[in-house]
Design a protein around this ligand. Structure first.
Ligand SMILES: *Cc1c(COP(=O)(O)O)cnc(C)c1O
Length: 424
């Protein structure tokens, strides 16, 4: 895959990166609601600063050629980025530690798609991957419109709500299975345990895009997945004020290759955005509780509304995979459906347009996972890059609306939807 000796070259473990203060418990002992605040973070050893300083230097002084404190050049090493990477790795319950000669199991990139692009760099020309058919439009675009041409990989999209479809799509060139669950925009689920086991049996890398659920609801590594990918732009950042991506693994060999690729490709997350993401994550636990509670109430309310044809929400008993959702998506123990809702209106494009023009508390915008509620039209907005024929086959109709429930007062959100539905 790489020339011998190439992996990890010039990117040795920085000695200073993990100054353990004796008072703190190891990350493994803490609950997620504590890890969002403390995971991978220690008071700054130089000053005791409680928040990770934003470290802007692009290069670091050496005492003699090749002798330094572990930091050489900021594409490879940055303390603020490391703090974020350690934090997300702790949240996804990656058990990699400093002893294994790598930063840890986390890697931060300039965007979710930059993180995805680096996963694809693990593949060679001619390799085949199987992906969920209903997935983030940009992931589809990168795989099919860019990398099939430029890298010569082949992608087969299947409905992973039935694991047999994944099994049937595997060929002797299949090297990677790409899962998104719940899916964007239809909120279908894939069974993480079944696919994690399948990957292990067949020796195929398994990746889960965990953007929608966040580690607060599900941690794919615990089901045997090799890699987790996040668009940290969404729930991790949580405030719609940054673009970022993160990868996590608990396999030492993969971490080594990703560390090499992160530096070799260079699409790293900058220090300021690393800091903002880290700051956003501190409230992830309380935000997710509110997102889930509010979305559950709103989904139930929508389901009973006469102008609504269908509501897709994993927390509803009418969701075809509700039992799987109850097993797989859990918030501090009890099942929780997340903050995203897909709804179809009775009617078509005209009805959808009028509805979307009349919301006032919800903002008509792409993206999701922020404190503010967003609403959008997948066919025209986020999923325009998926060809119309495929959109139709998947069920991304002109009457489909995707809702990202924010953390405003739930009554205000319901009143807003009620007003907009009345305007249709
Ligand atoms: C937004 C998103 C991405 C892409 O992330 P960017 O940060 O926008 O590059 C990937 N997957 C999902 C599920 C997303 O919602």
């Amino acid at each position: 895959m790489y020339p011998a000796g190439c992996v990890g070259q010039a990117i040795g473990p920085p000695a200073l990166y993990h100054p353990r203060m004796t008072t703190r418990r190891p990350d493994q002992d803490l609950h997620l609601a504590s890890l969002v605040i403390h995971g991978g973070q220690e008071p700054d050893p130089a000053t005791g600063a409680v928040m990770s300083p934003i470290s802007l230097a692009s290069t670091y002084a050496q005492t003699s050629p090749g002798e330094h404190a572990g930091y050489a050049y900021a594409r490879g090493h940055n303390p603020t980025r490391y703090a974020l990477e350690r934090c997300v790795a702790a949240l996804e319950r990656s058990t990699l530690t400093q002893e294994q000669d790598i930063t840890n199991g986390g890697f931060a990139f300039a965007s979710g798609l930059a993180a995805t692009a680096v996963i694809l760099e693990l593949l060679d020309t001619g390799d085949h991957l199987v992906a969920m058919d209903d997935l983030y439009g940009g992931t589809y675009r990168l795989m099919t419109n860019v990398r099939e041409r430029s890298q010569g990989i082949r992608v087969t999209y299947v409905d992973m709500t039935d694991v047999q479809n994944v099994i049937d799509a595997i060929t002797d060139r299949t090297r990677l299975i790409w899962v998104e669950t719940p899916t964007n925009p239809l909120l279908k689920l894939a069974d993480l345990k079944a696919i994690g086991d399948l990957g292990k049996q067949r020796n195929i890398l398994t990746v889960c895009d965990n953007t929608f659920a966040t580690p607060m609801l599900q941690r794919p590594l615990e089901y045997g997945f090799d890699l987790v990918m996040h668009s940290a732009t969404k729930y991790l950042g949580g405030h719609s004020d940054l673009i970022a991506g993160v990868l996590v693994t608990k396999r030492g060999d993969l971490a080594e290759r990703l560390r090499f690729l992160q530096n070799a490709v260079g699409s790293i997350l900058g220090p300021f955005d690393s800091y903002l993401t880290l700051r956003g994550i501190k409230t992830l636990a309380v935000r997710m509780r509110q997102h889930c509670a509010s979305a559950q109430r709103i989904a139930q309310w929508l389901e009973a509304h006469e102008k609504v044809q269908h509501v897709g929400y994993p927390g509803l008993a009418t969701h075809p995979q509700h039992e799987l959702a109850r097993r797989q998506m859990r918030l501090d123990g009890p099942p929780a459906g997340g903050g995203m809702i897909a709804l179809s209106l009775k009617g078509g494009l005209d009805e959808a347009r009028r509805f979307l023009q009349h919301v006032r508390v919800f903002t008509l915008a792409e993206s999701l996972g922020g404190v503010e509620s967003l609403i959008e039209h997948p066919a025209i907005m986020t999923h325009a890059s998926v060809p119309p024929k495929i959109r139709q086959e998947l069920g991304i109709s002109d009457a489909l609306i995707r809702v990202s429930v924010g953390i405003e007062d739930t009554d205000d959100l319901i009143a807003d939807l009620d007003r907009a539905l009345a305007a249709i």
